[in-house]
Design a protein around this ligand. Structure first.
Ligand SMILES: Cc1cc2nc3c(=O)[nH]c(=O)nc-3n(C[C@H](O)[C@H](O)[C@H](O)COP(=O)(O)O)c2cc1C
Length: 129
């Protein structure tokens, strides 16, 4: 089992694009056994994807060329023994406009099993404007 974390910059997308992305992610990820979380702060995405090696390679390749974002950079790529987000085919977390509140909100949804470095990456991302 593998877990990949990446960040990217959103294109000029509408609310409906975000809903389309989430729906496609939910539908496809169930079929390919991928789980994870997608954070969006209005400008950047941070996504955690968990699944088998080959599924993740193919999925990241597909996501990378999606014109709704650009500049995808993988921040972490770990072997994991168990999923951190087993119940979420893809959970969207919209970060609120208040930077002060974001860390708190995100902390509340992150599981204890998350790798410490990954947790810090997510919380630091949440504090960015
Ligand atoms: C930020 C972002 C995250 C995405 N996450 C996923 C995902 O987790 N799973 C997925 O299948 N597609 C995801 N997509 C969409 C893919 O790039 C692609 O559009 C989709 O997989 C095509 O599915 P379809 O052929 O069923 O329309 C994401 C796109 C973006 C921009």
């Amino acid at each position: 089992m593998r877990q990949v974390v990446y960040i990217s910059t959103a294109a000029k997308i509408a609310e409906s694009d975000l809903e389309d992305i989430l729906q496609a992610a939910k539908d496809n990820n169930v079929d390919i056994g991928v789980t994870g979380i997608l954070l969006f702060n209005g400008q950047n995405f941070l996504q955690v994807l968990e699944g088998s090696d080959e599924m993740l390679d193919a999925l990241v390749d597909r996501i990378e060329v999606d014109p709704r974002h650009s500049g995808l950079v993988v921040m972490s790529d770990l072997d994991i023994s168990e999923r951190c987000f087993p119940d979420w085919s893809m959970q969207l977390v919209r970060l609120s406009s208040s930077v002060e509140q974001r860390k708190e909100e995100l902390s509340a949804v992150l599981p204890a099993s998350l790798d410490d470095t990954v947790r810090k990456q997510l919380l630091n991302y949440a504090a960015l404007n």
